[in-house]
Design a binder for this molecule. Structure first.
Ligand code: HEM
Ligand code: HEM
Length: 276
């Protein structure tokens, strides 16, 4: 199944992956070159797990999980397989975020620093809690096969909106965290004197914003959406070979004759995520 503007898609995807990788290299260089490295000892090296796991897991992996349905070379794979990949990457991202929170709380407790006083921590914890809710609801509604189709369809716009909303909040939280850490950590010369660490980590923040921007762009292009299962599976009307490579025996509950057409791509059925 061909994708509209495939070259533009490829360009956006490569840009996102490149900027994502560079952000990971930046956060690693920050903690190893400018800061104390990584350790689990109640000290500053334990705190450093916090930004490292957030950038690799909660930002990069979550971003990739969000666009994974849009990769056209996966359209020949079953929807169920793609759901496992989407859910699996999101679960992994959640585990990274949870360990990063344990690291920062443990560090605060070891150093007698109060917990949950900052706006960063409030918005951040709220994002993690909403993310876990999104995960549980996603699994219950789209993976467990007993959920009725109408419920899957009704919930999909909310799932997409809240997914993008949480992802955006995570980026905003990371920016607040980076700013706080630079203000707290840089003394003689301080942040306002623009030492090399400050400039370097400001660039990390800009890279994170660009990564988020590209992911949101990819995830909101209607023409790059994974086509509905009806479109992927329906044989061409001119009697030629099969379009979808994975033609299932399963009959679609909404379109039992299997004669759905491309018009459905912009319709409601496509959003229901109902077909495995
Ligand atoms: C603290 C969450 C990213 C720097 C915290 C705390 C939470 C949190 C809940 C409070 C811990 C406590 O009260 O003991 C998050 C989330 C992030 C994120 C969900 C996802 C984007 C970052 C990043 C940095 C950072 C990228 C950059 C270094 C800090 C700092 C603290 C902190 C300096 C201690 C000061 C404070 O409590 O505000 N974070 N964080 N955070 N985080 Fe983050
Ligand atoms: C689609 C986010 C967990 C199932 C989406 C989309 C986003 C998103 C932003 C829109 C993607 C697009 O339009 O191409 C998230 C986040 C999750 C999460 C942030 C974790 C916190 C889950 C889980 C499942 C799931 C656990 C269970 C299988 C789906 C399905 C679609 C979808 C079926 C529709 C894909 C399509 O038809 O194109 N998700 N999701 N999600 N998600 Fe999730």
């Amino acid at each position: 199944m061909a994708m509209e503007n495939f070259k533009q898609f490829l360009f956006a995807l490569s840009a996102a992956v490149t900027v994502g990788f560079v952000s990971i290299i930046f956060v690693l260089r920050w903690v190893f070159y400018f800061k104390e490295g990584l350790a689990w000892d109640g000290g500053l090296a334990e705190f450093n797990w916090h930004p490292v796991l957030i950038v690799t897991g909660f930002i990069f992996m979550q971003g990739i999980a969000i666009v994974v349905y849009r990769l056209p070379w996966t359209w020949k794979c079953s929807k169920l397989m793609m759901k496992f990949i989407h859910a699996g990457l999101n679960i992994l991202a959640f585990i990274f975020a949870a360990i990063s929170l344990v690291a920062v709380f443990d560090f605060h407790n070891a150093q007698n620093i109060p917990n949950m006083y900052s706006l960063h921590s409030w918005v951040g914890l709220a994002a993690v809690i909403l993310y876990s809710l999104q995960l549980v609801l996603g699994v219950c509604i789209y993976l467990i096969p007993i959920t009725p189709t109408y419920l899957r369809a009704a919930f999909m716009p909310l799932h997409i909106y809240s997914g993008l909303f949480i992802f955006t909040s995570v980026i905003a939280t990371a920016l607040m965290g980076i700013t706080e850490k630079l203000i707290f950590g840089l003394k003689n010369p301080s942040y306002k004197d623009s030492p090399p660490e400050a400039t370097f980590v400001n660039v990390l923040g800009v890279l994170i914003v660009i990564f988020g921007g590209i992911i949101l762009w990819i995830a909101t292009r209607p023409s790059w959406k994974r086509p509905s299962e009806q479109v992927l599976r329906s044989p061409p009307t001119n009697g030629g070979g099969s379009v979808g490579t994975k033609v299932s025996e399963q009959t679609d509950p909404i379109d039992p004759k299997g004669n759905g057409d491309a018009r459905r791509r912009s319709g409601k059925l496509e959003d229901s995520g109902q077909v495995n």
